[in-house]
Design a protein around this ligand. Sequence first.
Ligand SMILES: C[S@@+](CC[C@H](N)C(=O)[O-])C[C@H]1O[C@@H](n2cnc3c(N)ncnc32)[C@H](O)[C@@H]1O
Length: 211
Amino acid sequence: MVCIINHQYVRYVNVFSAYFFARGLNGCIVIYAGLKDGMKLVDYGCGSGRLSTALAKELQINYLGIDIIDALLEYARLKSPAEYTFLNHQDLNVPIDDASVDMICAFSLFTHLLQAESYLYMEDMYRALKPGGRLVFSFLEFALPSHWFYFEATVTQHKTNTTPHLNMFMEKTAIQQWANHIGFKVVEFINGDINHFNGNALGQSVAILEK
Ligand SMILES: C[S@@+](CC[C@H](N)C(=O)[O-])C[C@H]1O[C@@H](n2cnc3c(N)ncnc32)[C@H](O)[C@@H]1O
């Protein structure tokens, strides 16, 4: 299975990704979730390298960034330490050996995929994580008033016949069910509208799951 890439989506990524996490916050989140020196991290949907550049200043880790857009990967590679690796991977799976990685993160990734696609990734992320390894991902939820902006923008695009951006919402109850089905334990949900890190709100909510 191959993901569909369109220019509208690429434009969306460029314009809106900055809204979701103030610079460096996603680094704070993975460290809060347990990332430490010596660990192997897969950054799924790594984009232009916001997380890789932030982490390079904080930790000595084995980093792999995966994305579907070469230009973003190239930019991330330029800004990141030489030992960090980057991969263009288009299939709905994780190109990593079984039980070989300590943490996988996906910031603003599942927010733009169909549910079945996210579920397939999550199943394969489980396979790739070591026992005790963690999956950290961000999501949009109807339960938070601050997330309605994104839904209303999509509704307006439908109303005005503008090609809509795919903004997928995932409620905590659904994430809990997915986790149960796959075998993950839910460690924590962090609400996107609360000032958790350095007094900053995350924007999107975050789920921390453990294998
Ligand atoms: C909103 S951006 C977030 C980028 C980065 N995680 C950040 O927080 O700065 C979403 C990223 O996911 C990538 N992406 C979308 N679908 C993907 C897929 N199926 N596999 C890997 N990356 C994907 C996009 O190319 C884009 O770089």
